[in-house]
Write a protein of this length. Structure first.
Ligand code: F0G
Length: 352
């Protein structure tokens, strides 16, 4: 029986002896082949669908580790700043452990499914009048002054847990892919994947990190004061692990690029068109790959010099489930038609 990432890969994770496993059987997510989209882009394409984790995002891999360590050393309260997914995950694992969870979110900028999750799992949800970055500064300060445990990805155990996604990909493919594409927000996940691939020694992918154009500090080379994007999960102007993200891109001979909100929505639609519905931020990875290929809404490939992933094995990490942010779809895809309850009306509307 599968028992979660700590049980499965714990021997490869650098966790203290006092760690006391708190698990919801996270991980073991599907690596889904995407033959249609792959053919269109000229690559062998897989989606690592992290939306299939217990709270609907990849955060659960790191949260099981961070909460297990915190509980093991006797911390009774955990806190995080979050654009939503970390909040829901921290809330769930704290509930599981019987601990108190406090989550700080940017006021009015968190998708409905995430906010509802955090509330449902019983966290104390506090809206901050400011960005994620301001909320993160607050939780860092309070955890320096009190025994409350910080469970953002500044916490090294979060990274340890999140490395397991790289291990799983290698276990399924038998080796690392040639390219790994993923969204970058606070830059914990790209850091964890790169550490995981380096440790596992099944080859190294080139990494394409993708930010939203309105929140692209790593592309611009400086913090963004007022980040803005429809992909609220990655609406971050000052990534805590920005340096490590740049290092992962550089060392892997990859890069970090930015895509527009339009490109993100169109990529979300493309993925859903092949049966995989992800939240907007989660579509940034595929949007980046499409931009590199000169597809979608861009007339020219990003680098202008050919598409380096052509013919290669590419894994796109889809970090969170589409159910997290339903309103974005209702607003930008299509509104269902309304008909009277009779056969004629149905036949007419579907054209038979
Ligand atoms: N995708 C989703 C769905 C996310 O929720 C996040 C981050 C990312 C990508 C980016 O990952 O921060 O490790 O670079 N969400 C955080 C949160 C910030 O609070 O839920 P990252």
């Amino acid at each position: 029986m599968y028992r979660g990432v700590l049980e499965h890969y714990g021997h490869l994770l650098d966790l203290p002896a006092h760690t006391r496993p708190v698990s919801l059987l996270e991980g073991n997510t599907p690596l889904i082949p995407m033959p249609r989209l792959g053919k269109e882009l000229g690559v062998e394409l897989f989606v690592k669908f992290e939306g299939m984790n217990p709270t609907g995002s990849f955060k659960d891999r790191g949260m099981t580790a961070a909460i297990s360590e915190a509980v093991g050393r006797g911390a009774r309260t955990v806190i995080c700043a979050s654009t939503g997914n970390t909040a829901a995950s921290a809330a769930a694992y704290a509930a599981r452990a019987g601990s108190r969870a406090i989550v700080l979110i940017p006021e009015g900028k968190v998708a409905a499914g995430k906010l509802a999750g955090a509330v449902a799992y019983g966290a104390e949800v506090i809206q901050v009048q400011g960005s994620f970055d301001a909320a993160l500064a607050l939780v860092v300060e309070i955890t320096q002054k009190t025994p409350i445990a910080l469970v953002n990805s500044i916490n090294p155990y979060r990274i340890e847990g999140q490395k397991t996604a790289a291990f799983e990909i290698c276990d399924v493919l038998g080796r690392a892919p040639d390219w790994l594409c993923l969204p970058v927000g606070n830059a914990g996940n790209i850091t964890a994947y790169w550490a995981g691939f380096k440790q596992y020694q099944k080859g190294l992918p080139r990494i394409l990190g993708v930010q939203a154009q309105g929140a692209a500090p790593l592309v611009l080379g400086h913090p963004v004061e007022n980040p803005e994007t429809i992909a609220t999960a990655i609406r971050i102007g000052k990534p805590a692990r920005g340096e490590q993200a740049l290092e992962a891109a550089r060392e892997s001979k990859g890069r970090i690029i930015a895509v527009s909100d339009e490109e993100i929505l169109s990529a979300q639609k493309m993925l859903a068109g092949e049966g995989v519905w992800v939240e907007p931020a989660s579509a940034a990875g595929i949007a980046g790959l499409m931009a590199e290929a000169g597809r979608g809404r861009r007339p020219e490939p990003v680098e202008g010099s050919g598409f380096e992933a052509r013919g290669k094995t590419v894994v796109v990490v889809c970090t969170g489930h589409g159910l997290k942010d339903p309103s974005v779809v209702i607003e930008s895809f299509q509104s269902p038609k309304v008909i009277p309850a009779n056969y004629e009306a149905l036949a007419t509307v579907i054209g038979v």
